[in-house]
Design a protein around this ligand. Sequence first.
Ligand SMILES: *Cc1c(COP(=O)(O)O)cnc(C)c1O
Length: 565
Amino acid sequence: MIMLDEFIHMPRIAYFSMEIALQNEIPTYAGGLGVLAGDTLRSATDLDLPMVAVSLVSRAGYFRQEIDAQGRQSEHPANWDPAGLAQALDARIAVLIEGRKVWISAWLYVLKGHMGGRQPVLLLDTDLDENSSDDRKITHYLYGGDNVYRLKQEIVLGLGGARLLQALGFTIRHYHMNEGHSALLGLELMRRYTYSAEHLRPGESQYDIPRVRDLCSFTTHTPVEAGHDRFSYDLVRRVLDNGFDFEMLKHLAGEDSLNMTRLALNLSEYVNGVARKHAEISNAMFPGYRVHAITNGVHPYTWASAGFRQIYDQHVPGWCHEPQLLIRADCCIPDTVIWQAHVQAKQQLIEKVQVLTGVVLNPQIPVIGFARRMTAYKRPDLLFSDLERLKAIARKRPFQIVLAGKAHPRDENGKHVIAQLHDHARALAGTITVAYLPDYDLALAQTLTAGVDAWLNTPLPPMEASGTSGMKAAFNGVPNLSVLDGWWLEGCIEGVTGWAIGAAADIPDGDAQALYDKLDQIVLPLYYDDTSGWIKVMKGAISKNASYFNSHRMMRRYATEAYGR
Ligand SMILES: *Cc1c(COP(=O)(O)O)cnc(C)c1O
């Protein structure tokens, strides 16, 4: 076990996440949650905060998206070979699933920071000769299959992950659950920390729950009740039969069904939401718990384009380690330097768009970008609510639109929206150039958030727990034009860092008009008529948003407030 020696000699924070975006070639993520997990680890690496991430190997990835001429999405396995990028570990442990032993091993992926740090990642794998062909597939498909499949994955992640860490010799000083998927790890810790029977008084639990809670922190990401994973106790009895005390489980995870969020809440001393507003909503949703707010951030080096890295290195030395220094960007970087770095990033986007879609964008015309998971609450079609109005705005001052995003394979509505967006693009042809880039991933997100002129976000409040892609844009001097929800409630200074669409309490329909008005009367006039005013907003995005909404600040807070107790 030579290769692990480097990592097991000091206590670490174990970070459990169903998905994690490690590098573009490894498709073990579906969207913002996984990218956040990756940025969390990347910042911990730069800050020398010893962690070990635990996730699933997801050999078939999330999926590779193809889109035909009609805008119909088809999904293909995004198979990857862990042997090429990670090392197989010999250790294996078993968990009981449906009464059978399912063996779990792991791949060691070493995340290498750009400042020389190294951090271990365990990618759990059940595709072993010891397992039945069904069980071998448990770690194949990220967010694939039905509820039974999902529960099996969560047993592997939570119970299996905690056991494997122990078998490998890690000393874990704290456990961090990124979303409720890994909450079963708490059950493993309860099994580990019990009072011996002779010290128990009648009615006292054998489990040392205070000790388990002290060891765990939980970050919730879902602002609506329906978004939390739930499993019926019938299913749980059948699948997760580990001789566990079911009365105790119901006590911790809900009487009617096993609610992973409840379980995580009850087994974690420190709980947080991912933006101030989201913490408020979570506090109202879960009375009796104290949900703190640690607003998300993105990893500075990863999300600044090559051109911006270079100018920050020159004008704001040290920005990579202390991104709060970017607060000086507005006075320390000349306008022309900012503009040139942007023009370079925009050119790269234009080339990528042509390669991927054949669409030719005009570098002189502003590009509005919208890319994220294509799901109803993100309202990707809001911009296209009134095509005549949109065309009228573009006839006065032209603009172009670039879109990207995947719909979950079972999200028929999301897929329908992708097809509709293609219809809209056709209907606008000749007046507004629209490109839809297939297979949105880390690399595409880098090119897009850096290369567009304005980054659009139109979630239905209060559904956007945080959102992070707008923060990536800020690192590239790209202003946000967004509905006031999630992080933008904290990030928006009107006309200084970007623009709000409507007021915070807007009714959904009102937002399309508010969006058109803002575009027509404020955003496009500034772009065309006042270049220095526009660059001032670009600098505002860097100095007031990138300086704060970064994962270094986020990790320093987790380290002191969640892990450091
Ligand atoms: C950042 C990112 C997201 C999250 O985007 P939001 O707008 O915050 O939802 C999703 N997918 C990829 C590939 C990303 O890089």
